[in-house]
Design a protein around this ligand. Structure first.
Ligand SMILES: Nc1ncnc2c1ncn2[C@@H]1O[C@H](COP(=O)(O)OP(=O)(O)OP(=O)(O)O)[C@@H](O)[C@H]1O
Length: 533
């Protein structure tokens, strides 16, 4: 019987970023940046093709090859800045490399479809701080699964149990500002949000960062169980894994400076290091030792590459299988370490059912999002109470300033000033929404990119929740003004058809004044009047 699973293979991935250069603004004709890069790359020697020789270009990933198999955990390790996060983002379909390809079960990846069958847990936790752990997972389940409420609930409960979060299920998630659950528990919630739909591939960027060794071990242990019991493919990056954690990794990708230095099991890494004359000291973690010895490994690699380049002119040597040259035609350290490529035939060519559509209809997802927004709003009562009081006081103060406005021309001018002030005040108030949106933006981008819901549903739900509140604030602001400032009552403002028109000539130009019966100048006409004069 064939195993169900999803094998991910990256072949010849190169990713570079362009640093901003000081531009000569007086130079009108300049070359396209890509053209410059291509020309500079062409000029380079083959042996130094991966050096950061081009000024302004940073090679983040250099011809990276790797393979992650189902039922296994592939750990990406390496020093800070090695390119681990960039590789994970490329594997998750968030970044597009300049060259190279990603294959899913040997077929080229369709990013949009792949995002639906995979989960990507970022380095930072993007969660709503005011929702409880259970609510967070429940909303995620509702948005990503098309199941009856009872089944969703039982699924969330069993996931909470699996994640070891029963004791904090009803506690608020919290963040840097709001006190909530611990950092380790929050990391587990982030993982839970991305595994609730049971993805075939789970990509995690530093799932153990900032955790104590016990919490870190718990998380990796949980991922191991997930891989082994459900045949999931797990790819994660990790900094300085402990001894017991390393044992749980099925294979390891050691990276430094954007290149792969080792891709294989932990035992193979030990053997290769010994083969290079590096003896592992007693009681030292092999990954730590490998990272410490990166310079030596890189030097050996350079030497090997030079030997291979010289070998190009010599008659070709016999190669076994796929060893020696990767699909992209470039060499990796796998070749240096003479590792054989183990291909588990059982995992190949297994069809994947890509979900075609969103889990819910537009109406349903709008309802779910409206519910989530309402919960968040009702839990920020203090903020809303402050805004209500602020609007009420602003209205009262402004009304008292214009309380003595007269019902003549100068009074009308004051009222136009008041009108302009109100507009400016209300427009400046709208900028308060910006920090809230910036906070939620990461969550919105994450959820919409993996196909949880449509952006339009988010916008509608947001409007449904916030617009009534904004209307209430506007009424609270305008009520004291309405009663305090004489002559801006709606009835008086608009007149009732009984107004009269006065014409007079000032400096040879005809000016029009329209007065209601009580002598109040029509505000709208006043604006026109001011424009004319
Ligand atoms: N958008 C970017 N702008 C500038 N530099 C970038 C960008 N993306 C990646 N880099 C650079 O590429 C290199 C690799 O970054 P990456 O985040 O992938 O490393 P990492 O191995 O995940 O590091 P860490 O373990 O510290 O998270 C770093 O030197 C980083 O500064």
């Amino acid at each position: 019987m064939k195993k169900q699973g999803c094998e991910i293979e990256a072949v010849g991935i190169s990713y570079k970023i362009y640093r901003q250069k000081r531009e000569n603004h007086f130079k009108i004709f300049k070359k396209n940046q890509q053209e410059v890069v291509d020309q500079e790359l062409k000029q380079q020697q083959p042996s130094s093709q991966f050096q950061d020789a081009c000024p302004g270009i940073r090679h983040v990933l250099k011809d990276v090859n790797c393979k992650a198999k189902p039922w296994e955990i592939l750990a990406i390790v390496g020093p800070s800045g090695a390119g681990k996060s960039s590789l994970l983002e490329i594997l998750a379909g968030k970044l597009t490399p300049q060259s190279g390809s990603i294959f899913v079960n040997q077929s080229p990846i369709d990013k949009a479809q792949f995002r639906k069958i995979s989960g990507y847990v970022t380095q930072t936790d993007n969660l709503f701080p005011l929702l409880t752990v259970e609510e967070t997972l429940m909303f995620s389940a509702k948005l990503r699964l098309r199941l009856p409420e009872a089944q969703l609930s039982s699924r969330v409960k069993s996931l909470i149990q699996e994640l070891g979060l029963e004791h904090v299920a009803m506690a608020r998630v919290g963040d840097d500002r709001v006190r909530g659950i611990s950092g380790g528990e929050r990391r587990r919630v982030s993982i839970g949000v991305d595994v609730i739909h049971d993805p075939k591939v789970l990509i995690l960027d530093e799932p153990t960062s900032g955790l104590d060794s016990t919490s870190a071990l718990q998380i990796i242990d949980m991922l191991k169980v997930m891989a082994e019991t459900r045949g999931r493919t797990i790819i994660l990056s990790i900094h300085q894994p402990g001894f017991r954690i390393v044992k749980l990794f099925s294979s390891m990708l050691l990276m430094a400076d954007g290149s792969v230095l080792h891709h294989g099991t932990v035992d193979q890494l030990g053997a290769n290091l010994r083969g290079m004359g590096l003896q592992l000291p007693l009681h030292v973690n092999i990954v730590e030792f490998a990272i410490e010895s990166i310079e030596t490994i890189q030097q050996q690699r350079k030497g090997q590459l030079q030997v291979q380049e010289q070998g190009f002119s010599a008659p070709p040597q016999q190669k076994t299988g796929e060893e020696g040259e990767s699909r992209s035609g470039k060499f990796t350290l796998q070749q240096l370490f003479q590792q054989s490529k183990v291909v588990d035939e059982e995992t190949m060519n297994v069809g994947i059912d890509f979900p075609r559509d969103f889990a819910n209809s537009r109406l349903k997802e709008t309802m779910i999002l409206t519910h989530r927004f309402s919960k968040n709003i009702f839990r920020t009562k203090e903020l809303f109470a402050c805004r209500t009081i602020q609007m009420l006081i602003s209205g009262l103060v402004l009304g008292s300033i214009f309380h003595n406005a007269k019902d003549d021309l100068s009074g009308a001018e004051e009222k136009v000033g008041l009108f302009a002030f109100i507009l400016t005040f209300l427009l400046s108030c709208t900028t308060e929404a910006l920090p809230i949106f910036l906070q939620e933006r990461e969550i919105l981008m994450k959820e919409t990119s993996c196909g949880s819901y449509r952006v339009s549903s988010y916008a509608i739900a947001n409007g449904l929740v916030y617009l009534p509140f904004l209307l209430i604030l506007a009424v609270l602001f305008s009520t004291p003004l309405y009663w305090e400032v004489p002559g801006i009552h709606v009835g008086k403002l608009l007149g009732d058809g009984r107004g009269s028109v006065k014409r007079r000539r000032v400096w040879g130009r005809e000016q029009v004044e329209e007065c209601a019966d009580n002598g109040v100048l029509h505000l709208g006409l006043q604006v026109r009047f001011l424009c004319h004069s």
